[in-house]
Structures are given as structure tokens and as C-alpha cells.
Ligand binder design. Structure first.
Ligand code: FE2
Length: 184
């Protein structure tokens, strides 16, 4: 197997290329000029949010499949729309990990092993109970994504901060859509 590493393109560029280290947080060399000493932390933050979002996505699909009650069809469709947005966010966060030289830990097992969300509550199928359980989880992930905006900004990664800002805004809107069912 040939390993192709980024090389200096001119004498002025400070593109010190990281050695490929199996198991390292950022094992892949990149020409990306974000401080290499920060990329490990950035990848760790991104992978944590990737796990949380993946878990939230699977739980939202669980709700889509299993919700019951008089508002079934409306909730069934709403949950699928929210899950669709989450799937896009999962993909964007995973690809930000790889853009920074990391490995996106996004399999179901990897996500489940580090997700900070509790499992979807057992025996919860009635429409508003399902909405409340999802609202709890969207709020929890929204809080951690908001914290990730500041954390990545402080590490000099405006790109990840911007990505998280967009996700945060979508999570806030999703929470509003869910909570509107509980506030009437
Ligand atoms: Fe479906």
C-alpha cells in the first residue's frame, strides 16, 4: 500500500505534516493549516457530537416507527422530517472529522458506546409521551452542540464553529416544533 503524505509546496508554508500514527486522534496528514496541536481536540469534540447526533437520529427514527395515538400520522411524518435533518448533520460532522485528518467514529456501535444520551424510555408509545421524550433529547443535544460552538471557536476552527452553529439553529427549531405539542 502506498502512503501519500502532504508535502511542503513552498518554503514559506509551515505545513509540518503529522506522522501517520495508527490509533492517534488525527492519524492522517493534511495540508489544512489549522493548528495541528488543536486538531486532536477538535476531532474529539466532533466525534463526540457525531455520536450524540447519531444516537438522536436513531431514537427519532424509533419514535417515527413506533408512535401511536390519535395524532399518529402527523407525528409519524414530523419525526421522519426531523430524522432526515439529523442524518444530514451526522454526515456533515463526520466529514468535518475526516477533513481535519481524523477518523469518523460513526458506526452504530461506536456511537452507542460514547453517546451521552439516555436510551429511549421503554414502553413509551403514546403521542405526547413520545414527543416529550424526544424534546428532552433534542434539548440535551442542543445544549452540547451550543457548547461545541464556543469550544471549537476557541481552538481556532471557525469552520467547525459555523457547522455547529447551523446544527444548533436546526436543533432549536426542532425543539420548538416538538414543544409546541406540549404547550397548548
Ligand atoms: Fe419511514
Amino acid at each position: 500500500m502506498t502512503t501519500r503524505t502532504a508535502t511542503k509546496t513552498n518554503s514559506k508554508a509551515e505545513t509540518s505534516v503529522a506522522t501517520v500514527k495508527p490509533g492517534a486522534t488525527t492519524p492522517f496528514a493534511t495540508r489544512n493549516d489549522i493548528d495541528a496541536s488543536h486538531r486532536g481536540q477538535l476531532v474529539a469534540i466532533l466525534n463526540q457530537i457525531l455520536a450524540d447526533l447519531s444516537d438522536l437520529h436513531s431514537q427519532t427514527k424509533f419514535a417515527h416507527w413506533n408512535v401511536k395515538g390519535p395524532n399518529f400520522i402527523a407525528l409519524h411524518k414530523l419525526f421522519d422530517e426531523l430524522a432526515g435533518e439529523l442524518a444530514e448533520h451526522v454526515d456533515d460532522v463526520a466529514e468535518r472529522v475526516t477533513a481535519l485528518g481524523g477518523v469518523a467514529h460513526g458506526t452504530v456501535r461506536q456511537a452507542a458506546s460514547v453517546s451521552r444520551l439516555p436510551e429511549f424510555p421503554a414502553h413509551t408509545f403514546h403521542g405526547l409521551d413520545v414527543v416529550a421524550a424526544l424534546a428532552d433529547r433534542f434539548a440535551a443535544v442542543g445544549k452540547t452542540v451550543r457548547a461545541a460552538i464556543d469550544a471549537t471557536d476557541k481552538l481556532g476552527d471557525a469552520g467547525s464553529a459555523d457547522l455547529f452553529t447551523g446544527i444548533s439553529r436546526d436543533l432549536d427549531k426542532a425543539l420548538y416544533f416538538l414543544e409546541a405539542h406540549l404547550q397548548g
